[in-house]
Design a protein. Structure first.
Length: 194
């Protein structure tokens, strides 16, 4: 957690310290069409793919540059995946570190890594305590359209780091059932620049 706080502080400081013409900051929010990874059962190692569901996100962003720009973000994300055996909910903090380029008028494309810190996981009302790694890395890429203070972007996010959550029963015994927590999602965001 200390590393994440340090990274956010450093990113925010860089955003405001190295500001140049065309630089800005603002708020963003929107919807995620997401699914987490497969569900593995202990008996027979059968695999169940998740059904996609709608989640949401809200956060802050900075932008340094104009035609070629750096856009760090700090975003709270809530996702939900449905399996036959229950629903898996996850809340996390995402820190996308994006590099973009304007390609035509208000249209730009961007991409970069996304640092992810898992805050909470729950499977059908049971809190999952045993997530392999709370800190993971993913990849974002997409396109955006910006009009003065208003913007819209559509991006794809995929978790890169393998990361599984395992289930414990009421006595703390590992059931060997597990879920791959890597997100696989389309993200639609609206942004407002100050």
């Amino acid at each position: 957690m200390k590393k994440l706080i340090l990274l956010v502080a450093l990113t925010t400081t860089c955003t405001f310290t190295f500001a140049q013409a065309g630089s800005s900051f603002g708020i963003k929010g929107g919807l995620n069409y997401n699914a987490n990874g497969d569900y593995f059962e202990s008996i027979g190692e059968t695999v169940e793919d998740p059904s996609r569901n709608i989640g949401y996100h809200i956060g802050l962003f900075g932008k340094i540059g104009n035609s070629l720009y750096f856009r760090p973000e700090l975003v709270y994300t809530s996702t939900k995946s449905e399996y036959d055996s229950g629903d898996f909910d996850m809340q996390k903090i995402d820190v996308p570190l994006l590099v973009g380029v304007k390609i035509l008028g208000p249209l730009s494309v961007f991409g970069g890594p996304s640092l992810q810190y898992i805050l909470d996981t729950e499977f059908d009302g049971v809190t999952i305590e045993n997530v392999e790694n709370e800190f993971t890395v993913g990849l974002n890429f997409g396109a955006s359209v910006s009009f003065e203070k208003f913007g819209i972007d559509l991006r794809y996010e995929r978790g890169l780091s393998e990361n599984e959550a395992s289930f414990l029963d009421n006595n703390g015994i590992d059931l060997n059932d597990r879920i791959d927590t890597r997100p696989d999602q389309l993200i639609l965001s609206l942004s407002l620049t100050f």
